[in-house]
Design a protein around this ligand. Structure first.
Ligand SMILES: *Cc1c(COP(=O)(O)O)cnc(C)c1O
Length: 451
């Protein structure tokens, strides 16, 4: 009978072999590989399958059908890679099998979460004393922050939203930019604010909220700012907007899913100026800092508001004086994602993170220069790691996106930016080299010639 460690060693070997080969294959899985996954559809297994066979099936059929996100030429959405130390930490943490709901469930996971949150707070130049929490992604981070905002603004008016609910509560105005991310709209919808019950501030050509069009805030309000537009990478001018908002009436929330990490780099930190004045911040570990999925991070300036919004009591839950993770997040049981967050920052350090930010931004400039030199139009100001390129008419651009994806040298998605079709290039992975950029540019030029 094989021991339970045999399959784990086998998994480690297979994982290593996968990573060895991931940069040499097509980025999108081949049609053949995708066709083969249908073999996994079978009736509910009546009897056990040996672990070694389970893993072999996953690797033989599953690995070729993955998208090569772990290689250096995946530029879709804003998907980072996963740093080697974080993949390794993730495997060890899976063996630990810790439930990070309560400190008593795992003193080590709780400590690593505390340390990671404090390091991230410092890296992002946020004030001391803010409450932090690790969630699945920036969507849940936005939700957590906006729940705290709702609690704080209604408490001030004598309304306890956790016990009384939202029906009949005093109104709260929500102000967003025209280019607000859909995940903020989703969070607003879940929290009862309504996607459309918002005041929308026009944006400029880069998607930045126009400070001169901000409405006068005269009643309790939440103002949602953005650090890093998902298409253009642009930052709302927080430095101009925040001082114009009366702090006794309004809560300022910043969605900085990837953009907030510009703070780590001395040459890009000017972009986040003013964002430290917000009341809450949502960001991601799994984008620019290259943690594995899933890891979002929420910070709230007013710990009592976050705690009131997300805590719960029961006789079987220990009420310690320490920070109990489950009292600060929408979840109760959760995986110990602080382990990887700690490993990422410990492995890179402040200088390594700055270098990662700068390097991916340099790659973005290289893409923009080379594509422009080849006669294509870059339709955004490339301020960080995001490049939007048009190949001509909407039809032509869409056809080039499809051709690039099918070619497999790299992978980019499409978008419509300010009414124009564009291909999105997001350089978010630690793996990407200049050679990857050059190979990808060649593939794009080739695709544009042939469609
Ligand atoms: C990606 C992104 C989100 C959502 O993040 P998830 O981690 O996918 O939930 C929110 N806001 C912005 C600006 C983003 O780029």
């Amino acid at each position: 009978m094989p021991s339970r460690t045999d399959v784990i060693l086998d998994a480690a070997r297979r994982a290593a072999a996968y990573l060895e080969g991931v940069s040499d294959r097509t980025v999108a899985p081949s049609p053949d590989a995708v066709a083969r996954i249908a073999a996994l559809r079978e009736p509910l297994p009546a009897d056990p399958t040996p672990d070694a066979r389970v893993l072999a099936l996953l690797d033989d059929i599953g690995s070729p059908a993955t998208v090569a996100n772990a290689g250096g030429r995946y530029f879709g959405f804003v998907n980072g890679g996963a740093l080697p130390a974080t993949v390794a930490a993730n495997m060890l943490a899976a063996a630990w099998d810790q439930n990070m709901g309560l400190r008593v469930m795992s003193p080590i996971a709780a400590l690593l979460e505390d340390i990671a949150l404090e390091w991230i707070r410092e890296l992002l130049h946020l004030p001391q004393g803010v409450a932090g929490t690790l969630v699945t992604g920036a969507t849940m981070a936005n939700l957590s922050c906006l729940a705290a905002a709702r609690t704080a603004l209604l408490s001030k008016q004598g309304w306890d939203v956790e016990s009384q609910g939202l029906f009949g509560a005093p109104p709260i105005t929500v102000v967003v930019g025209e280019e607000v991310h859909v995940s903020v709209q989703k969070a607003l919808a879940i929290l009862g604010f309504g996607r459309n019950r918002v005041v929308t501030v026009p944006a400029d050509s880069q998607g930045r909220m126009r400070a001169d069009r901000l409405p006068k805030i005269t009643s309790p309000s939440i103002v949602c700012l953005q650090a890093g537009n998902v298409n253009s990478g642009a930052f709302d001018p927080a430095q101009e907007i925040c001082p114009a908002i009366p702090r006794d009436l309004a809560w300022i929330h910043a969605d900085g899913a990837f953009g907030l990490w510009a703070a780590c780099s001395p040459s890009h930190a000017h972009l986040v100026r003013g964002f430290d004045q917000a009341d809450s911040w949502a960001t991601d570990g799994h984008k620019w800092p290259n943690l594995p999925y899933d890891c979002g991070i929420a910070f709230v300036r007013h710990p009592a508001a976050l705690h009131k919004a997300l805590s719960m009591q029961a006789a079987y839950l220990p009420a310690s004086n320490d920070r109990e993770p489950a009292q600060w997040t929408p979840e109760m049981s959760r995986r110990a994602r602080g382990v990887e967050a700690w490993a990422a920052i410990k492995s890179l350090g402040r200088s390594g993170l700055a270098e990662l930010i700068d390097r991916t931004c340099r790659h973005a400039q290289r893409f923009a220069e080379k594509l422009q030199a080849a006669g294509f139009e870059i339709v955004n100001e490339v301020v960080i790691n995001q490049v939007l390129v048009s190949f001509g008419s909407p039809e032509k651009t869409q056809a080039v996106v499809r051709a690039v994806q099918a070619d497999g040298t790299c992978w980019c998605g499409g978008t419509v930016w300010q009414g124009r079709h564009a291909m999105r290039i997001s350089i978010s992975s630690w793996v990407t080299t200049e050679e990857d950029v050059d190979k990808s540019v060649d593939a794009m030029i080739r695709a544009a010639k042939h469609v």
